[in-house]
Ligand binder design. Structure first.
Ligand code: CP
Length: 315
């Protein structure tokens, strides 16, 4: 039968449905074993993060549902707020993954299920976790690495990375970018502060890891001319200066910050870095679901247990 109108429901059907819905078990269990549901709310452009979380959910056996816009329609004076949207969706799913150009923290305060930041105005924590994992798998424990971040230090992923580095400072951290783009605004502890250097020119001959985070041209007072942006691009000439055992990473997308010949250099490992995205996001989903206690016993048993330690745990 279709249910297109209340006319399609008998009185007895209305009674049966509402009685069943009143039963707490009806809200959390169904005819099949309950699996946690992953919600995706992506309000701005994304490829890797969105697909990465969708695949991570699928690999964990969790159904994934997706929304891509705030509710708005004819006759509405404004769209529904992010806070109301997050509150509504977290009443339906077990974890909500959100990308938004706006700050997420205030909206997340309304949530009744865990919210994972997939990139908001402030941070991009899962990308930073991928980047740290890539550095350590490619080159060893971060404490012994000379790491350069090149581009716009006001990027959300840089802020998240700096917070990770503050806990485990690299041997040396070099922030490379034009004046005005190296002010990241993240308070650094004394250990990281002491090891951090800001460079307004692109020298890469003393690095183990070079992370090309991107340098958009910006607008208004932030506008950077193409020639200035080119000074911070990774060209074949600059790759020749990079140590032979160094690696080049990039959170992607890469537009023109690494030139075409440079992309073929064996030290450029940005796609291998991206390949770690699903595993990291599976681990993130497992973690928040475990903390929230929403993974059912059966589903939790299916969640992947690591069979090897994260390299950073070896020290
Ligand atoms: N690195 C990153 O966040 O990529 P997407 O914007 O494609 O998700």
């Amino acid at each position: 039968m279709h249910l297109l109108s209340i006319d399609d429901l008998s009185d007895s059907a209305v009674h049966t449905i509402l009685t069943r819905a009143l039963d707490p078990a009806a809200r959390t269990t169904g005819p099949v074993e309950q699996l946690p549901v992953v919600g995706l709310l992506f309000l701005s452009s994304s490829l890797r993060t969105k697909v990465g979380f969708a695949v991570a959910g699928a690999r964990l056996g969790a159904p994934v549902v997706e929304a891509s816009e705030l509710r708005f329609g004819l006759g509405m004076s404004a769209g529904e707020t992010l806070a109301d949207t997050v509150r509504t969706l977290t009443g339906m799913v077990d974890v909500l993954v959100v990308r938004t150009p706006d700050p997420l923290a205030e909206a997340a305060a309304t949530a009744v299920a865990p919210v994972v930041n997939a990139g908001d105005r402030s941070e991009h924590p899962t990308q930073a976790l991928i980047d740290l994992l890539a550095m350590e798998e490619e080159r060893g424990g971060v404490e012994s690495l000379r790491v350069g971040l090149c581009g716009d230090m006001q990027f959300r992923v840089v802020r998240s990375l700096l917070k990770l580095f503050d806990r485990r400072p690299p041997a040396r951290l070099v922030l490379i970018g034009p004046p005005g783009r190296t002010d990241h605004g993240v308070p650094l502890g004394p250990a990281l502060e002491e090891r951090t250097e800001v460079r307004h020119h692109m020298a890469v001959d003393d690095l183990d890891v070079l992370d090309m985070v991107g340098l958009p041209e910006g607008a208004g007072e932030d506008f950077i001319a193409a020639a200035s942006r080119q000074e911070f691009a990774l060209t074949s000439a600059r790759l020749a200066e990079l140590p032979a055992d160094a690696v080049v990473l990039a959170p992607l997308p890469v537009i023109d910050e690494i030139d075409e010949p440079g992309r073929d250099d064996a030290r450029v490992r940005m796609f291998q870095q991206s390949d770690r995205g699903v595993a990291v996001r599976m681990a993130v989903l497992e973690h928040v679901l475990r903390l929230a206690g929403t993974a059912s016993a059966g589903a939790a048993d299916d969640l992947v247990e690591p069979d090897s330690s994260y390299p950073g745990d070896k020290d």
